[in-house]
Design a protein around this ligand. Sequence first.
Ligand code: LIP
Length: 277
Amino acid sequence: DEVRLRCLLDEAVGAAQQAGNLMLECFGRSDAPGVEEKTSVADLVTKYDRQVEDLVLARLRACAPDFRVVAEETANTEELTDAPTWVVDPIDGTTNFIHRQSECCVLIGLAVRKRPVLGVCFIPKMDELYTAIKGHGAFCNGRRISCSGCEDLTKALVNLHMPSYSRGPKVVERILGVTRDLLAHPVRGVRCGGSAGVDMIHVARGRLDAYFEVGIYPWDVCAGAVIVEEAAGVCLDTMGGDFDLSSRRILVASSPKLAQQVAGILQRQRYDTVDAE
Ligand code: LIP
C-alpha cells in the first residue's frame, strides 16, 4: 500500500544518497577506480560498483528482508519472479564514471509482479535526486517533473546508445541503419548516451524526447520506467509493443505518437534482437 511504499522509498533514497557520496569520493581522487572488463571491452566494472552495490543491498535487505534482489554486480543471476524484487544498478553508466563524466547514476527500482512500481535515480555530480511511486507522480529534488509532450519526430531530440554486447558487422549495420533513417526523416537531432538511467531521466524531464536501446537489463531500466511513466511519458518495446522488464529492449518517448514514429524506424531495421552477429 501507499504508506509502505513511501517508507520503502525513503530507505531507497537514503541508500542512493549514501552511494552517490561514495561516487563523489572517487571523482575527487586522482588514482584510477580499478577498472576490469566483464563480457567485452565495452562492459566494465570498478571496485566502486561493487562497494556501492554492497552498501545499497545491505540497506535494502535490512528494511525489507522478505524481498528478492536482482542487482548488476552480485545478484544478477536471479530471474525476475512475481514476488516484490529490488532491482538495482549500483553505478549505471560505468564507462562515463571511469572517464569522470557527470552522466552516471545510482538506480534503485522495485518491481512487483514483474512491473516497476517505485524508482529512485540519483545523479551525484548534478546533485539531482529523482523519485517516483506508481500512480503518484515523478519528482526531481522534491519538485514535480514532466516530459516535453513532443509528438513530432521532426521536432524531437532522440538519444541512442552504441551496442556494448557486440560489435559484429550485423549489429553495427543495424545501429547505423537506424541512425541513417532518423537523420533522413529528418529528426531534429540525434545524441549518443552512456547511461540508460540518465537518458530516461532526460526524457522524464523534457531534456530529451526519446531514447531507445537493445541489450539493456532490468537493472538499467526498472527505476527509470516508473519515473518516465509518472512524468507522463511512455515506455514500450523497441518494436512498438508493450514494455517488458526482462526483454532487453526499451523505447522511451515523451508521447505515444512520438513512440510510434520511432518504433516505425526501428521496425524497418528489425531493431529487436540481441545477437552477436
Ligand atoms: C550500461 C548503460 C549504458 C548502456 C549499456 C549498459 P552499466 O550500464 O547504462 O548506457 O548502453 O547497455 O547497460 O553497465 O554502466 O551499469
